[in-house]
Ligand binder design. Structure first.
Ligand code: AMP
Length: 221
């Protein structure tokens, strides 16, 4: 399985990718996670990327293509992968095509996760990630199972709020999605690879719709 999950920040790409990896036994490759790991490790890449990420802007295409080239060459990606957050621009998509053509393994499907704008804001402002396992919760829609000591909406200590999920940065990230990433819908649509999925509502229902979209894509091949 070689697929791309495409969608605005907060559309549920990461959450759904985590659900697909067990069943399909392929890794989730999240460029956001790779960059955050580089920032946490204080590498040269992390130092360069941090300010751009905190501002809600995109890291440059050459850097991103370098990261993806290296990650796709790892042994666990030989059986396929779910790309989450990459590509995000037309040059990245062109670069990915060229890379996959080199190894004779083209993409099988690009799934567009469609969510209404207002809901995206709520998902992003409420998003909290577990520091130890990376699981994503939402204080409004999918709170962590352990109740907080006060019984209210307090966040348990090992959950963190991504710095780029602040309201100011979210606006910028959605703007960047519209101008730089949305053109990929047409790009992949014209190549017959695009499947649209309604990504609103219950998480299990979205997973089912996603699985059905993958079946439709495989029937088209
Ligand atoms: P994400 O976790 O996918 O929302 O990514 C968080 C941030 O990492 C983005 O807002 C960008 O600053 C950066 N980033 C992640 N993936 C890419 C990409 N494919 N191209 C450029 N920047 C990226």
């Amino acid at each position: 399985m070689r697929i791309v999950l495409l969608g605005a920040p907060g559309s549920g790409k990461g959450t759904q990718a985590q659900r697909l990896i067990d069943k399909h036994r392929v890794p989730q490759i999240s460029t956001g996670d790779l960059l955050r790991a580089a920032v946490a490790a204080g590498t040269e890449l992390g130092r360069r990327a941090k300010a751009t990420m905190d501002a809600g802007k995109l890291v440059d295409d050459a850097t991103m293509l370098g990261i993806i080239r290296e990650r796709l060459a790892a042994p666990d990606a030989a059986r396929g992968y779910i790309l989450d957050g990459f590509p995000r621009t037309i040059p990245q998509a062109d670069g990915l095509n060229a890379l996959l053509a080199e190894i004779g393994q083209p993409l099988e499907a690009v799934v567009l996760m469609e969510v209404d704008h207002e809901r995206l804001m709520k998902r992003l402002t409420g998003r909290r990630t577990c520091r130890s396992c990376g699981r994503v919760f939402n204080i409004y829609t999918a709170p962590p199972p352990v109740p907080s000591p006060c019984g209210g909406q307090c966040v348990t200590p090992d959950l963190f709020h991504r710095p780029d999920d602040s309201e100011a940065t979210i606006g910028k990230r959605l703007e960047v999605y519209e101008s730089q990433t949305r053109p990929l819908v047409e790009y992949y649509g014209s190549r017959g690879l695009l499947q649209r999925v309604d990504a609103e509502g219950d998480i299990d229902d979205v997973t089912q719709r996603l699985e059905r979209a993958l079946v439709r894509a495989s029937e088209r091949r």
